[in-house]
Unconditional design. Structure first.
Length: 134
């Protein structure tokens, strides 16, 4: 947590999720694997600065439900100690996602568009080839 006064007004937003980097998908199978992540509750996937992340919305077991303080403040993990003011979800809550998927349905649509377009491009190229060879 950052400034004491600032955190006093917040319900511990930064302690209610974590995000892990994942490999940038390339193949249709990679995207389908991400669709599988998104079949699960409280999972989202976002892209920021070209990097892909799996976001798990799940509150830390050490966040007090009474006053939203950290119950292990003195021995909280380094990642919590390193959390910077500029990253604070309460004051800097604007996200600049390039992509944000909140359900498998959204990914299903994305796959259709992304790979259907590829297919049509391939088909167009084939047609162009056929015309030339006539
Ligand atoms: S989101 Fe910001 S204000 Fe809220 S607990 Fe975390 S550091 Fe404090
Ligand atoms: S250990 Fe404490 S500071 Fe870290 S996420 Fe949990 S409640 Fe928040």
């Amino acid at each position: 947590m950052v400034k004491k006064s600032q955190c006093d007004k917040c319900t511990g937003l930064c302690c209610r999720y974590f995000a892990l980097p994942i490999e940038t998908p390339e193949t249709k199978q990679d995207y389908d694997d991400i669709r599988w992540y998104l079949c699960h509750k409280d999972i989202s996937v976002f892209v920021e600065d070209g990097d892909w992340y799996l976001n798990v919305k799940n509150v830390c077991r050490h966040l007090s439900p009474k006053d939203y303080r950290c119950k292990i403040y003195d021995k909280r993990p380094k990642i919590c100690r390193d959390y910077k003011h500029k990253d604070c979800d309460y004051t800097e809550g604007e996200y600049d996602f390039e992509l944000h998927f909140t359900s498998d349905k959204e990914m299903e649509e994305y796959i259709k568009i992304k790979f259907y377009n590829n297919v049509t491009e391939k088909q167009k190229a084939k047609k162009r080839k056929r015309k030339k060879s006539r």
